[in-house]
Design a protein around this ligand. Structure first.
Ligand SMILES: CC(C)(COP(=O)(O)OP(=O)(O)OC[C@H]1O[C@@H](n2cnc3c(N)ncnc32)[C@H](O)[C@@H]1OP(=O)(O)O)[C@@H](O)C(=O)NCCC(=O)NCCS
Length: 156
């Protein structure tokens, strides 16, 4: 069941992120900072929101998105990850849809996801493509030489 994240979900989300193997240490830290701001200020004032897939007391995945500053109706999909033991069961797709729904309710006309072109991020690129996102921009050697930035967009 997909629900709003609660404060006690923090360690469970961190376990999923570190277990996913797709996030660098810097990315884990950056997400931790977003989570801390979300807890501190709440969804409205922080601009970020987290949803979790909860099965009893267990969190099997999460999605984090937020409105993009200086735009009208653009939302960022900041992060999505699923427990490594629960992959390919449709959880990622359900989380993405739920996040898109919440973003649309908050006035989104498009959702944007920035991701790397490396093998580490194959799963999320597959997920985005299967959910109707299209690559609208690629910046070569963005993260480092040999690691391109792909900007995926879905318009409503
Ligand atoms: C990306 C991720 C969230 C997908 O979660 P998931 O629950 O396994 O995805 P789903 O089961 O909902 O898959 C939906 C569709 O996405 C695509 N997909 C999912 N994983 C894929 C993979 N590894 N390779 C290619 N396509 C993939 C498929 O089209 C899939 O449909 P199918 O299973 O019918 O073929 C998961 O692989 C993950 O947590 N990865 C590590 C974290 C990460 O990279 N996050 C992005 C950085 S923010």
């Amino acid at each position: 069941m997909i629900l709003d994240a609660e404060e006690t979900d923090g360690p469970l989300i961190e376990t999923i992120v570190t277990g996913a193997g797709a996030f660098s240490e810097e990315e884990v830290d950056a997400l931790g900072a977003v989570w801390a701001e979300f807890l501190d200020l709440g969804a409205e004032d922080s601009g970020y929101d987290f949803l979790v897939e909860r099965d009893g007391g267990v969190v099997l995945g999460f999605v984090c998105y937020g409105s993009r500053e200086l735009t009208d109706g653009v939302f960022d999909l900041l992060s999505v990850a699923v427990d490594a033991a629960a992959l390919r069961q449709g959880i990622g797709r359900r989380l993405l849809r739920a996040g898109e729904g919440e973003a649309q309710d908050a006035g989104a006309r498009m959702v944007m996801a920035e991701t790397s072109g490396t093998a580490r991020h194959l799963g999320v690129r597959g997920l985005l493509q299967s959910a109707g996102y299209e690559v609208e921009a690629t910046i070569k050697d963005f993260y480092c030489v040999g690691d391109d930035l792909h900007v995926f967009v879905k318009r409503f």
